[in-house]
Design a binder for this molecule. Structure first.
Ligand code: CTP
Length: 415
């Protein structure tokens, strides 16, 4: 399994008395499956809904309740738990628990542990996923408590609009576990080697319309670009992901810009690159577009049409021109999709587009390239160095590329 910020992370999961606890068990299970060590702390009200044994079973780690506060093993349990934790996530968080946390009240194991976590620089983050009825959430008291918690550095996730236990459809539902995990992953990555670095990633294919229903495009799925965006986030970067149409969900934490045509991708990329430190240009930009775009659907009764094509702008070449004025991005990495003469063609693109590195892949291989989860790339560096990577998942390829990016940015910044 690929190493992510969740691997080996020590997470305290505070579980409070809301019906959303049934999702907290799934959350604990998914966190544990991602490699995290998860210790649940249940409030008394939570134990009315669910047993600590459930959390112990899905995490393989002790789950605690208030009864663990007393007894021979319990000496300053809360302090030990807080000091060991990389992060305290309270999910679901009831209005009552949020009020206690805002007040600094410490009358059960969870609130004691939250207090022992500390606040400010150097203390582990407190993350809160509220779950309650809409009226309780919008109540001025709850909102005031939230404000206080945010002011002290707590990260609030959700809640979402949706179906509530009361029958209302409104804001109060706990955010879904996979999304919460995305936010946790970002928090854990915040001090990574690319912190303070702005990374732009492009992904997917562009679509060049011919008429309102037809377009010219290519087979790129966007998976490599989305995996690169996640890997950059995992290294602590601020990420802008610019993608052509795709069904993939953008990684949590990335600023996502959806585009359609090469022209739209060009303007979004040039704009995002103004102050960026790095560009990873993984998109398969359509090289040509229909010269004429019909406002109405082209009818077959009019006969078989002929299509004249116009060249699209080469985005990387324009990024290079912009770099001459702005000195951004400091590092540009391109991708070469080739069906023949892989290394020679990639080498030409590396030079002509002024890249620091290019990842070349043979798109005719069945286990690499479009619409599969694996890729086999050769990395060509501007200084002539060549690295042939073995067959890997696109997530692993991304982690390798981000490792190179960290090194290149380090050299740029003289560290
Ligand atoms: N690229 C670009 N703008 C384009 C076309 C491609 O910025 N209009 C970028 C791609 O995102 C990729 C690199 O250039 O990082 C190489 O793309 P590729 O499609 O392999 O090559 P092309 O330059 O389009 O040349 P050809 O299609 O002739 O191989």
């Amino acid at each position: 399994m690929i190493t992510t910020p969740l691997s080996q992370a020590k997470i305290l999961l505070g579980v409070t008395g809301s019906i959303a606890v049934y999702k907290a068990a799934d959350l604990a299970s998914k966190l544990a499956q991602s490699g995290a060590k998860v210790n649940a702390i249940l409030t008394k009200a939570a134990t009315e809904f669910i047993s600590p044994l459930t959390f112990q079973s899905v995490t393989g780690q002790p789950a605690y309740t208030d009864s663990d506060l007393w007894g021979a093993q319990a000496h300053v349990l809360h302090v030990g738990l807080a000091h060991e934790a990389d992060l305290l996530l309270v999910a679901p968080a009831t209005a009552h628990t949020m009020a206690k946390l805002a007040l600094g009240s410490a009358d059960d194991l969870l609130s004691l542990t939250a207090l022992a976590l500390g606040t400010g620089e150097g203390s582990s983050p407190l993350m809160i996923a509220p779950a309650m009825d809409a009226g309780m959430f919008s109540h001025a008291a709850t909102q005031e408590n939230l404000r206080i918690l945010v002011e002290r550095g707590a990260v609030i996730i959700g809640p979402e609009e949706g179906h509530l236990a009361s029958g209302l459809v409104a804001k109060g539902r706990m955010t879904e576990p996979t999304e919460i995990i995305g936010h946790v992953r970002c928090q854990l990555a915040r001090n990574g080697p690319l912190r303070d670095q702005q990374v732009v990633v492009t992904a997917g294919a562009t679509q060049e319309p011919l008429d309102p229903v037809r377009f010219l495009s290519n087979r790129a799925s966007g998976r490599q670009g989305f995996a690169l965006a996640q890997a950059a986030l995992d290294a602590g970067a601020r990420v802008t992901l610019i993608s052509g149409p795709t069904h993939l969900s953008p990684p949590i934490g990335a600023k996502f810009i959806r585009v359609r045509t090469a022209e739209e991708m060009r303007s979004a990329t040039l704009d995002a690159c103004q102050e960026a430190n790095a560009l990873l240009m993984a998109a398969a930009v359509a090289d040509f577009r229909p010269s004429q775009q019909s406002d109405q659907k082209i009818k077959k009764i009019a006969g078989v049409p002929t299509m004249e094509l116009t060249a699209n702008p080469d985005i990387l070449s324009e990024v290079k021109d912009q770099h001459a004025e702005t000195a951004h991005p400091e590092v540009v990495i391109g991708f070469a999709a080739e069906s023949q003469d892989l290394l020679a063609n990639a080498q030409n693109k590396l030079k002509s587009k002024g890249l620091d590195m290019i990842a070349a892949n043979n798109i005719s291989a069945v286990d690499a390239g479009f619409a599969v989860d694996t890729n086999r790339v050769t990395l060509l560096h501007a200084d002539g160095q060549q690295e042939e990577l073995p067959l890997m998942s696109k997530a692993e390829v991304s982690a390798e590329i981000i490792q190179r990016l960290i090194r290149m940015l380090g050299e740029e910044h003289g560290s």
